[in-house]
Design a protein around this ligand. Structure first.
Ligand SMILES: NC(=O)c1ccc[n+]([C@@H]2O[C@H](COP(=O)([O-])OP(=O)(O)OC[C@H]3O[C@@H](n4cnc5c(N)ncnc54)[C@H](O)[C@@H]3O)[C@@H](O)[C@H]2O)c1
Ligand SMILES: O=c1ccn([C@@H]2O[C@H](COP(=O)(O)OP(=O)(O)O[C@H]3O[C@H](CO)[C@@H](O)[C@H](O)[C@H]3O)[C@@H](O)[C@H]2O)c(=O)[nH]1
Length: 440
């Protein structure tokens, strides 16, 4: 099929490249000239495992192209995917400016009947608005059928998720469009659910809200475990064995970040509020997450006293491993809090330094070498469970740090491994090892 994708961010680019890999002819378009220029040279503007080789492969076989010109992208397209951003407004609602602009450009550009398929996460009713905007510039008889097709991929495993998703949701009132979309996805052999547009839009928010709820729930249990002397790892394993609960998304830590859970939970609270429903459960999930992101610095203060002039290594900047994305990452909250306390911060990350620097500037130091990061520091805070951090030898902490104190916000190390090292180790929801008070 001939497919166009609007937006070459995490979702648009992964979707476009994977559709080309399936054998479709794909043209991706973006308003950002520098992204398109980079992509045209076969390089990916984002760090996503496996993406660049697949990009190069499909460009060289002629199935994948990039342009800043929407008319070129949409010419003769049978399906246009919208994958532009829907960031949060100050009041927590979803900002739909990019969606509306993309819809308008589609309306202006199209010259044949087309399916417009929304991958972006959008509040209920948005697809109706998209249709309205397109029709306002391109009225019938030209037909643009709008379909909601929410995306469930995770950053860092985007390609795996595209080809092995748990389900594909197709939301439309048009049987014809649903069957074309179904045919397109059929080779993936992923269960397809066809539903109405509004339910499809809601499925996306409800999925993310539920997953965020699991995380905040386990973080609450972890806080109680610390006080009653239980071990959260044992507890999460024990409850996850119950098939009705399941083992996923029960990893405790310093909270969820990323471009989706924080904004989508807030947007759903607003969506509920708009219809006079106070979503109290989700409001608490969000509150718990703020508390969780503040935890690492509180624990550092408990053990070190004042953080003024203390040198602290911040290990991990990305909101999760295998991505360069720092949007809403706990590391940013931690870095700012440490600076507010007067600490000197040196951060390590294998992929996300450039993006973190855009937010934090030169308020902290950066390095891509863990040994350099921890050298002569008073404490190390682990914010992301990169493999490079999880497998970093404990004896080197003891050797290189001024005082070997690790505050592990992602429970990277097993307590047994710690017991043979002279390290003070504070993690989340588990007993602390050799904690001692350092006089400030
Ligand atoms: N990041 C994820 O893992 C993920 C997963 C599922 C769903 N989503 C949702 O998908 C959407 C996109 O997320 P993302 O992380 O890929 O965003 P992103 O910010 O990484 O990328 C969005 C891209 O759209 C481009 N753009 C903006 N306006 C445009 C226009 N009019 N025409 C063409 N391009 C335009 C931007 O320049 C940018 O490159 C959001 O609604 C998000 O909630 C994201
Ligand atoms: O048990 C867990 C699982 C995750 N996290 C944190 O939760 C955040 C999000 O992680 P993850 O869901 O793996 O990454 P995302 O790429 O943000 O993916 C989520 O958000 C996407 C955008 O909507 C959806 O498409 C995905 O289905 C959904 O998992 C990260 O900060 C993780 O550290 C935890 O703290 N504990």
């Amino acid at each position: 099929m001939r497919i166009a994708v609007a937006g070459t961010g995490y979702v648009g680019l992964i979707t476009g490249i994977c559709l080309a890999e399936m054998g479709h002819h794909v043209v991706c378009t973006d308003v950002r000239e520098e992204k398109i220029q980079l992509l045209k040279t076969g390089r990916s503007p984002i760090f996503e495992p496996g993406l660049e080789p697949m990009l190069k492969h499909n460009m060289s076989n002629g199935r994948l192209d990039f342009t800043t010109n929407p008319r070129t992208a949409y010419k003769n397209a049978e399906i246009i995917f919208i994958a532009v951003g829907t960031p949060e407004n100050e009041d927590g609602t979803a900002n739909l400016d990019y969606i509306h602009a993309a819809a308008y450009t589609i309306g202006v550009s199209i010259e044949n009947d087309v399916i417009v398929c929304t991958k972006s996460t959008v509040p209920v009713g948005t697809n109706e608005k998209i249709k309205e905007i397109i029709q306002s510039v391109k009225p019938p008889p030209l037909q643009a059928i709008v379909v909601s097709n929410p995306e469930f991929l995770r950053e860092g495993t985007g390609i795996i998720d595209f080809f092995n998703g748990d389900r594909i949701v197709i939301g439309t009132e048009s049987r014809e469009a649903a069957s074309i979309m179904e045919k397109m996805y059929l080779p993936l052999k992923i269960p397809i659910m066809k539903t109405d547009t509004r339910s499809a839009e809601m499925i996306k928010y409800a999925s993310n809200a539920f997953l965020a709820t699991k995380i905040s729930f386990i973080n609450e249990i972890a806080a109680i475990c610390e006080k009653v002397g239980a071990n959260i790892e044992e507890v999460a394993y024990g409850i996850g064995k119950d098939k009705r609960i399941g083992p996923h998304f029960l990893q405790t830590g310093i909270g969820y970040g990323g471009s989706c859970f924080p904004k989508d939970t807030k947007a759903l609270v607003q969506i509920a509020g708009n219809v006079k429903h106070k979503f109290e459960l989700l409001e608490s999930v969000i509150k718990v997450n703020y508390r969780q992101q503040a935890l690492a610095v509180l624990k550092a203060k408990e053990i070190l006293g004042s953080l003024k002039d203390k040198r602290v290594a911040l290990l991990g900047l990305a909101f999760k491993p295998d991505t360069d994305d720092v949007r809403e990452a706990a590391s940013l909250t931690i870095a700012k809090a440490l600076k507010d306390e007067g600490a000197m911060v040196i951060a390590y990350d294998p992929a996300a330094i450039a993006n973190a620097r855009k937010v934090l500037g030169d308020t902290i130091e950066y390095t891509m070498d863990i040994q350099l990061a921890i050298e002569n520091t008073d404490a190390a805070i682990i914010a992301t469970e990169w493999d490079q951090i999880k497998h970093f030898p404990l004896e080197i902490y003891a050797e290189k740090m001024k005082s070997p104190i690790i505050i592990d916000g992602r429970n990277c190390y097993s307590l047994q491994d710690l017991s043979s090292h002279p390290i003070t180790y504070i993690s989340i929801g588990r007993p602390s090892i050799k904690p001692y008070k350092v006089k400030s």
